[in-house]
Write a protein that binds this ligand. Structure first.
Ligand code: F6P
Length: 597
């Protein structure tokens, strides 16, 4: 890269921090200058852009506008929070640590609580962690956006989980400091300080917390945050809210928001466990060391750029042809596959069948609160073999995701079955340098696969390795599914055009996007959005006088709402004409560009 390219790249790395850059938006909703042209990029370039965005998570603090993951203040708070958890681990009677969030934030709450409860079990200790996800367990693998708007539901679900407990350490996760569901839970904690100690995890500075009124409530997310800031002075509440930069696809907090959530929660709980069970004191150095291990993890995908670009290309081709991408995973990497696949539906307006994940052992492996979730949520490898494999051919891509500690014999068996139907079989697996176990089987799997990404980690393995494997896999899968949908033409510049307008945050985001792309005033954009939501050419008083929840409820069954509204705005045509245009040009990006030109 030339000197001037570097200067240019470095300035884009920080451009979002300028007070003049999209000043009305919180960091989590800004568009990332690094990915402005991602919709026109090659697969190799997409991979590099996404990596550059991820690396913003660990930008240095010096001279920065916002605090960072490794800022002194953040590390200090992480230590204090870890000490609180340590106390509960040492005396768990009548106590609970609850992690809660909506969408990806709730999914990561599930993943992290599962891992640390497992660690407790291995030490013959009872579980102390519980998770809550807005919309219940089906939200682990499908988009349930409406419950995110419901603060009472949040509060009630927290009360239910904590019934009979005398001491609750509550961690509410909302990347955008925005979800009313989490605000309701934090409010409950603030009202009952004798039982609850609240922690908020998110990635905006507190003054950017959402301040829109929440129907039926006297508080907003921001007012809750302000109350917490007061209590934080006496360490009765904690705020962990470094900035990690705007998402590669604007507002897609499943990416950096999710990764940073995983990093922060694991750093805290790992330190607490080490203190409680191996007498390792919680120190700033220990926390920073763990953070640096994650920072190093980010370098791993960079060493596999070519292989990643090829996989992204293969996945993009399958999606362009209307075919499938299937992840077959083992253990926690399998859960990450399930999560990544399910997020494609709300993030890219994908069909449920486009990208699907399956996990070895199905619900037995998962051990989720509600157990098996019924026929709409089939997740085991057996389900894959019976329901999906028979219809696959070379146009469908299958990806095996595992580590050398998984049952490699089982991986090989499944690879052989898949290979009978499609040659488009690939693998991503993690191994420790010098570990020769199952080498023969591994070689056989490689021969069955069109491509294999072998990620080798330095030996000896540290206690953090499993967490690093998981983060690396998350980054990798997020890049794969995002890149494949970019190649399919689902993204315009770095915005998801075809977003579902199924809660108030998404409704506001949609209106803003229409304003940005059409240049029309807010009122006109909202009117166009409502036309598309209600399928009418004239918005009646009855519609305009309804509240946002009625609009978002109606939008649940609608498709292409934002693209339709935009075509209407740009051309002045009727809804029926806009529908026709989009039918003729199903690639949303091209349809929009045709109107713009
Ligand atoms: O409503 C959709 C969504 O944006 C999800 O994609 C996201 O995971 C969820 O909301 C939660 O967002 P936050 O963590 O900012 O509350």
């Amino acid at each position: 890269m030339s000197g001037s390219e570097w200067t240019c790249r470095l300035s884009s790395m920080h451009e979002w921090e300028s007070p003049y850059y999209e000043p009305s938006l919180p960091v989590s909703e800004k568009s990332n200058p690094l990915t402005r042209d991602i919709d026109r990029a090659s697969s190799g370039c997409i991979v590099r852009m996404l990596q550059a965005c991820d690396s913003q998570m660990f930008l240095e603090e010096a001279g920065a506008t916002y605090q960072r993951l490794m800022s002194d203040e953040v590390v200090e708070t992480l230590m204090e929070v870890a000490k609180k958890v340590e106390l509960i681990l040492k005396d768990p009677r009548d106590s609970l640590v609850v992690l809660s969030g909506c969408g990806t934030s709730g999914r990561l709450a599930f993943l992290v609580t599962s891992a640390f409860n497992r660690a407790l079990k291995e030490l013959n200790q009872s579980p102390v962690y519980s998770y809550i996800i807005a919309g219940g367990d089906k939200a682990l693998f499908s988009s349930q956006e409406a419950p995110e708007d419901d603060p009472k539901l949040g509060m009630l679900s927290l009360k239910e989980v904590c019934e009979g407990k005398k001491r609750v350490f509550f961690v509410g996760i909302s990347c955008g400091l925005s979800a009313p569901f989490v605000a309701g839970q934090l409010d409950l904690c603030l009202q009952n300080p004798e039982v609850y100690t609240p922690v908020l995890v998110g990635f905006n500075p507190t003054h950017q917390a959402r301040d829109e009124p929440i129907p039926g409530c006297s508080f907003t997310f921001r007012s809750v945050v302000q109350r917490m800031e007061e209590l934080a002075k006496s360490k009765k509440a904690f705020l962990i809210n470094p900035a990690v930069g705007p998402e590669a696809i604007s507002g897609s907090s499943r990416m950096k928001g999710g990764s940073a959530t995983k990093i922060l929660l694991e750093v805290v709980l790992y330190a607490a466990h080490a203190a409680a069970f191996t007498h390792t004191p919680i120190t700033q150095q220990g926390i920073l060391q763990h953070m640096r291990a994650y920072e190093k993890t980010l370098e791993i995908p960079c060493a596999h750029n070519e292989g990643m670009a090829a996989l992204l290309e293969a996945a993009g081709k399958s999606l362009q042809r209307g075919r499938r991408v299937c992840y077959l995973g083992w253990g926690a990497l399998g859960v990450l596959g399930l999560i990544d696949a399910s997020e494609c539906v709300p993030t890219f307006g994908a069909d449920y069948e486009d990208v699907r994940g399956f996990i070895s052992g199905g619900y037995n492996e998962l051990k989720n609160n509600e157990g098996p979730l019924g026929p709409d949520f089939r997740i085991s490898h057996e389900d894959f073999l019976h329901l999906v494999l028979p219809s696959l051919d070379d146009h469908d891509m299958v990806l095996l995701i595992y580590t050398q500690t998984d049952d490699v014999g089982d991986v090989e068996k499944l690879a052989r079955r898949v290979r009978e139907k499609t040659s488009n079989l690939h693998a991503v697996y993690h191994r420790v340098d010098g570990d020769t176990a199952a080498t023969v089987q591994q070689d056989d799997i490689n021969k069955l696969c069109l491509s294999s990404l072998r990620i080798t980690w330095p030996s000896p393995a540290s206690g953090l390795l499993q967490m690093q494997w998981e983060l690396c896999t998350k980054l990798f899968l997020n890049a794969l599914s995002t890149g494949a949908h970019v190649l399919k033409g689902k993204i315009y510049q770095n915005h998801m055009m075809d977003l579902q307008v199924t809660n108030s945050k998404l409704y506001c985001r949609a209106t803003r996007l229409l304003q940005k792309l059409s240049g029309c005033p807010e009122s006109k954009c909202e009117e166009a959005l409502l036309k598309a939501v209600y399928k009418v050419d004239n918005v009646t008083v009855e519609i305009t006088s309804s509240d946002i929840s009625t609009h978002t409820h109606t939008a649940r069954t609608r498709t292409k709402v934002v693209p339709l509204a935009l075509v209407c705005l740009l051309t002045g045509c009727s809804l029926a004409e806009a529908e026709l245009r989009l039918e003729q040009q199903p690639i949303v990006r091209d349809a929009v560009e045709a109107c713009l030109s």
